[in-house]
Write a protein that binds this ligand. Structure first.
Ligand SMILES: *Cc1c(COP(=O)(O)O)cnc(C)c1O
Length: 385
């Protein structure tokens, strides 16, 4: 086991990987005379479309607006229920509220931390219009079961695949299969445009609707005419962001290989400690499907003399940055005010209390991982009751 010292440089929980070619491509756009949505956005959308097996793709200012537009394309509005997970970034259910819909939460699977598909059907009622699964840390749900449930109940699926770019399901890329699939390019996602997102559509009609909702509902008619027949927002990506995305897309495969290698190092490292016997839960080692967006561990809080904040503080003192993804959405004030209370989704509440995200990004090194594993094992040991 590696020696522990607080004098090594701190390791952040995440860090973007941006090279000189990317920085130069931004300079090129800034010098070009066209800086908002233009040729780079078109090129990025066309590359993304290729990445997703030729399906139409439109980009957006962020993942949140991408999901909002997806819900509008699916026709979700007041009175409509959308089934989703309480363990996600709050954007997932906020956008359901934004379009006037009602989020219906279903508890999560204790192993995958994704929505528990066994419990989805019981939540389907006469007003259910869609299911919005989240692929936490890049691990997809069982796509066959998901789409079987959706088709038997005639529901749309809006996949919040914000964390799942590059993930796959039995050889098919997430986004290349399925209904409406939303991705985020926010700064700590596997591919970043600083802020940004994209929606994979089913056909050109949906892609045209996506364009309308992206820009004030405007349709152009000829060279000098336009009409507005739906209420849209201002959600376009800029050419500066698209230029960054184009460079990132070239390296996505390398990023992902590196992430998988580091994830394997975590598993190998933890296997040489007694953390698992002490009750620490490791992620599912699904190297076939996950893009390793995050490496998350679940603390055995009932066996510790401190809470999660205590463990995170001790890791920080050893120079290890950690993240928290996520507190359960239904326990936020906005959602409690809508009738959600403690005890409704016990697994989500336990995981939401005990999960922490360890550093995982392409420029992390294997010796960084060894240091993190040693620090986690040490901190856990000192707090065992
Ligand atoms: C990042 C993220 C979003 C939101 O994306 P933004 O680009 O930050 O708007 C939504 N859902 C999940 C699961 C995410 O990780």
């Amino acid at each position: 086991m590696q020696k522990l010292t607080p004098f090594d440089p701190p390791i952040p929980f995440t860090r973007p990987t941006l090279d000189e070619a990317t920085i130069a491509s931004v300079g090129d756009v800034l010098r070009s005379g066209w800086i908002t949505s233009g040729p780079k956005v078109q090129e990025f959308e066309s590359e993304l479309s290729g990445f997703f097996g030729g399906r139409p793709v439109r980009t957006f200012a962020n993942g949140t607006s991408t999901m909002e537009v997806a819900l509008r394309i699916a026709g979700i509005g007041p009175g409509d229920e959308v089934i989703t997970t309480p363990i996600s970034w709050v954007a997932t259910s906020n956008v359901i509220l934004t379009v006037g819909g009602t989020p219906v939460f279903v508890d999560i699977d204790p192993i995958t931390h994704n929505i528990d598909l066994d419990q989805v059907e019981a939540a389907i009622g006469p007003n259910t219009k869609a299911i919005m699964p989240v692929y936490l840390a890049g691990l997809p749900v069982d796509m066959v079961r998901l789409y079987d449930i959706a088709s038997r109940h005639k529901l749309r699926v809006i996949e919040d695949a914000a964390q799942a770019l590059g993930s796959s399901w039995h050889g098919s890329r997430i986004g290349a299969i399925g209904d409406l699939i939303s991705f985020s390019f926010q700064a700590n996602k596997n591919l970043t445009t600083i802020e940004g997102g994209c929606l994979v559509c089913n056909n050109d009609d949906e892609a045209r609707l996506a364009e309308k909702y992206r820009l004030q509902g405007v349709t152009r008619t000829g060279l000098d005419g336009m009409d507005v027949d739906v209420l849209g927002g201002k959600f376009n990506l800029t050419d500066v962001n698209a230029a960054i995305g184009l460079q990132q897309l070239i390296k996505l495969g390398d990023f992902q290989d590196q992430r998988a290698k580091l994830a394997q190092r975590y598993f190998d490292g933890f296997a040489q400690t007694s953390v698992v016997e002490q009750g620490l839960e490791l992620p599912v080692a699904d190297f076939a499907h996950s893009n390793w967006h995050m490496f998350q561990i679940v603390l055995p809080l009932d066996r510790l003399d401190t809470d999660r904040a205590g463990i995170m503080a001790d890791l920080k003192a050893l120079g290890i940055g950690t993240g928290l993804h996520y507190p359960p959405i239904h326990l936020f004030t906005l959602y409690r005010e809508r009738g959600f209370t403690e005890g409704m989704f016990p697994i989500a509440e336990r995981i939401g209390r005990s999960i922490i995200t360890l550093p995982l990004f392409p420029t992390l090194t294997e010796s960084d991982v060894d240091r993190i594993v040693a620090a986690v094992a040490h901190v856990l040991e000192t707090h065992l009751k």
